[in-house]
Every structure is written in C-alpha cells, then in structure tokens.
Design a protein around this ligand. Structure first.
Ligand code: KIV
Ligand code: ZN
Length: 517
C-alpha cells in the first residue's frame, strides 16, 4: 500500500473524549487506554491538553514515556505558554506531535477572541513556528473551520503550511455541516490552497446533528487522509466521530474508498469496553459495531437467512471487530499465570506485583460467587481494583442492608475516612437508596445525584452488576463506577468512586475551547 493510500487514524478519546462532562480520567486510566490504542495500531494518540492542569500534563507525559509505536500528541492553543508546556510534556516520546489551534470563524474571532482576522493569521503562523522548535510533526487546526469564510481559511492554511505545519486539520467544531457540503469544503481547500500537497488534510467532526461519521467519510472521499475520532464517539457535547464506525466503513466499503487504515480491528470491542468501563459511559445496545445487539439477529427471517448464508444479513463478521462468543475464560481453579495471561491478551498489564496480587485476590473472591468468569468480568474487576488501590479519602469497609416486604429498607455502613473508621445508618426508598444515604451521612458532599444506572455485565442472575453514578457539585460533574455480584455493594462502590473523584482537587481540568486566548 503506498503512503498516499494510508488513512491516518488520530484518536482523541483522551483529549476531546475526556471533555464529555463526567468523563475525566486519571493518569493511570489514560495510560491503560493509550496502551490499548497502541495495541490496536492507532497512528496518533492525542493524550491531552498539557496546559489545562498539572494532572493533564502528568498524563500526557506518562503516555509519552510509555507509548512507543503510535505518535503521541498534545493539544495547545496558539499561545507560547501552551506550546512550551506541550513540548515539555511530550519530550520523552519516541514520536511526538504538537497540535495547535486558533479559531477562524467570524463569530469566534469577533465574540470569543476579539481579534481581527489578520491578527489571528499572524498568531497561527507564530504558533506553528514555535511548535516546530519541539518537533517537525506539527498539526494546525482552524477551530470552527466548518463556519469559516473560505477565502480567509485558504489564506490561513497556506500560511501555516509555509510556517511548517505538516497536518492541517479541518474541524467542524459545532457539528453544523452536512456531508455533501463538508466533502466539498475539503475538496475546495485542497484544490485552492497552492501548497496543499505539502500537508496531510485531516478532519475533526462533532456529532451535534448526528453527522460526524458521515461528514468525516465524505471528507475522506474528497481527499482527507487523516480522521480524528474517538472510541464509542465520546466527546464534547454530542461527541466526535466514532473510531469504530469510521474504520469499519472504510474497510467494509473498500470498493468505494481509495485508502485504508492499518488498524487491528479485532481490538475494537476491547477498546470500546475499556473506555466505557473507565468513563462510565455505557454503550447503547444498538450502537453500530460495538453495541451488544450490533450482530444479534432477532427476527426469524433474518436468523434463517444468516444460518443459510451469513452474508444474507451480515456485512461484517463479528469476530473481525473482536466479538467472541461469551465464553468462560477463567474459573476458580485458574492460577495467577492464567489470570495474568488473559488480562495481557485484553491489553491490561499490571504496573506492580502488588496490584496483580490484589486483583488476583479479588478474582478468587469473585470466582467463589460466580463460577464462570468472562472477559467483561475481568475488565470490571481490574477497574475496581485500581480504584480501590488508589489513594482515596473514602473507602468502603463494610455494608449491611435489610430489605423486607412491608418494611422500610435500612442500611448501615462503615467507611474508612482518611485512615479513621466512621459509621452511619440510614433508611431509604430501597436498599440502594438507603446505602447511598448512609454514605452521604458520613461524607456530606453537598453533591447532587444526576444519574444512576445499573447494567448486568454478562447474562445470568449471578452476573456482576456494573453501576454508574454521576454527581454534580458547583458545575463540576464526575462519574463513578463499581462492579459486584451484589448490586447494592456495586452501587456503594460506584458512589464512593464518584465522591473520591469529586472531592479530589487533582482531577480539576480545564476545557480548551472554553478558555480565553
Ligand atoms: O472541535 C474542535 O474544534 C477541537 C479543536 C481543538 C480541534 O476539538
Ligand atoms: Zn473537538
């Protein structure tokens, strides 16, 4: 395959994806996702926005130190301090990219930046030149390009390419474009910008009208050779283009696309589950490619057709994206080596023997309660272990609930708070409500519960329940997850996970597009 035919997959789950309210990730969580993306052979991983917070800087730096195969990218506004910080965070990377941006649409320049177009152009050029001090691999984005004036956009793009940008990314920041229009925009830019052959044209589409994937694909058909996307379509507001949909559309319709990706598509389902478990954003069952029903045939006519010839109703093979039949992978007689090996196959490695031992002890406990342990169980168990082992203020010591027909449910909880045991009891509308109220009687967080959801991780009544809790306090939103075969305990774990995040200063993050330049 020639260079021209390669479609670069730029994953921004760890940056734009993290901008979904409640999806902020810790350094270790980002590292786990980055390793899974590298294993899937994603070309570029945008690991974060280093100037946004010390936590974000740390995360980008950790990804830069760890990832060897994919290019690691950091976002920076077109400001010296942002670019220098990104350069510093990316310093240890084998392959590094700085992605700098400034808005070019009339409304953004006038209302947000309060700058004249010529000042914007000058700042864009300056930013690209500054970024080139740190790496040859510089990407420039004219933010809100989808609503920018074409003549000005052409001028800016020509100037940043001259200044040394190797990738020019065209964002439809507010998800306003329609596919035919966005495709035509890309074609026009490539045709009209005199030095367009010196850069790769990229696209970054938001999903406000549900068109992010369609717009990105239309752009590819019109010459774009990089797509920015996220696992499960996570991202600011309605999200970004879903990586799995882009990659599988290009692969399935190779008769129409003049390019292909180098991804190992069998890693897609794993990555999707990992991101969903870590962020607490469940994947809807009918989601393309990675939804639980994406390959399930319900109607008799369909089932009959598929049994006779799979191609009657299937355009892709489930195993090509990593679906395996729910199979028992481990049981209570499995040893540490089998446990470690299976997790490695799932892209999960332990950074210390201590974490492995803790996870293995939990696995044994789970195997006593649930005889068949599936991949989904293991993924939830590892997430649970890393949150339990993190230095958290509130830890669950014990929980007792009484629930009986005709009686008011009651819960008594013991927490370890900063090393000291504290107890409280409460009643509630049900056992979960009582347990969460008992916890709140100790923590007194002042937060508001925005979402509570419970999913069975596998089938069967002995399945682990995976609970997601979303809390809000003073405009800050966090998610927490917990898994257990007992859903009341899973709920308490999820609630504590969210509370620990909410009350930890380190997790405060800025949102780049909301900041002033
Ligand atoms: O949506 C957007 O415009 C962005 C840019 C920073 C590329 O995320
Ligand atoms: Zn974006």
């Amino acid at each position: 395959m020639s260079q021209q035919e390669h479609l670069i997959i730029f994953d921004t789950t760890l940056r734009d994806g993290e901008q979904s309210p409640g999806a902020s990730m810790t350094r270790d969580e980002k590292l786990r996702i980055a390793k899974a993306l590298e294993k899937m052979r994603v070309d570029v991983i945008e690991a974060g926005f280093p100037i946004a917070s010390p936590g974000d800087f740390e995360a980008v730096n950790a990804v830069a130190r760890t990832i060897r195969e994919s290019t690691v990218c950091g976002l920076a506004r077109a400001l010296d301090r942002d670019i220098d910080r990104a350069g510093e965070a990316l310093e240890p990377a084998e392959r590094r990219r700085i992605h700098t941006f400034i808005a070019t649409s009339p409304i953004h320049m006038r209302e947000k930046l309060r700058m004249e177009p010529d000042q914007v152009l000058e700042q864009a050029v300056h930013a690209v030149k500054r970024a080139r001090r740190y790496t040859d691999d510089v990407e420039f984005s004219p933010e809100d390009a989808g609503r920018s004036e074409i003549d000005f956009l052409c001028r800016v793009i020509e100037a940043v390419i001259d200044a040394g940008a190797r990738t020019v990314n065209i964002p439809d920041t507010v998800g306003y474009n329609l596919p035919h229009q966005f495709g035509a925009l890309i074609r026009t830019l490539i045709e009209r910008v005199p030095n367009s052959d010196k850069a790769v044209f990229s696209v970054h589409c938001h999903n406000d009208l549900g068109l992010a994937v369609a717009n990105s694909l239309s752009a590819v058909l019109n010459g774009a050779r990089q797509v920015e996307c996220t696992i499960n379509g996570l991202g600011e507001r309605a999200g970004n283009a879903a990586l799995e949909e882009i990659v599988m559309a290009v692969r399935t319709r190779r008769d129409l696309f003049p390019c292909n990706t180098g991804l190992d598509t069998t890693q897609i389902v794993n990555c999707s589950r990992l991101v969903s478990t870590i962020t607490g954003f469940p994947v809807q069952p009918n989601k393309a490619i990675v939804g639980a029903n994406a390959f399930a045939h319900e109607s008799g006519i369909h089932q009959d057709g598929v049994l006779k010839s799979r191609e009657t109703y299937e355009i892709m093979r489930a195993e090509d994206v990593g679906w395996t039949a729910n199979r028992m992978v481990l049981g209570k007689h499995s040893g540490r080596n089998a446990f470690r090996t299976r997790l490695k196959e799932l892209g999960i490695e332990f950074d210390s023997e201590e974490t492995l031992n803790e996870a293995f002890a939990r696995f044994k406990e789970l195997a006593d309660k649930k005889h068949e342990i599936y991949d989904e169980d293991l993924q939830a168990l590892v997430s649970d272990t890393s949150s339990a082992m993190a230095p958290e203020r509130f830890k669950l010591v014990s929980l007792k609930v009484c629930s009986e027909t005709g009686e008011i449910p009651q819960a008594s909880v013991t927490l370890n708070v900063d090393g000291e045991e504290r107890r409280a009891s409460a009643t509630g509308g049900g056992p979960v409500d009582a347990a969460l109220k008992a916890i709140d009687a100790i923590v007194r967080s002042g937060s508001e519960l925005k979402l509570y959801s419970v999913n069975a991780i596998t089938s069967g009544t002995d399945s682990q329940g995976e609970v997601t809790v979303r809390l809000e306090k003073e405009g800050r939103i966090v998610n927490g997850q917990g898994a257990d075969t007992d859903i009341v305990i899973a709920s308490a774990k999820a609630y504590l996970h969210a509370l620990n995040r909410l009350l930890s200063e380190d997790e405060r993050r800025g949102h780049p597009q909301m900041d002033e330049v």
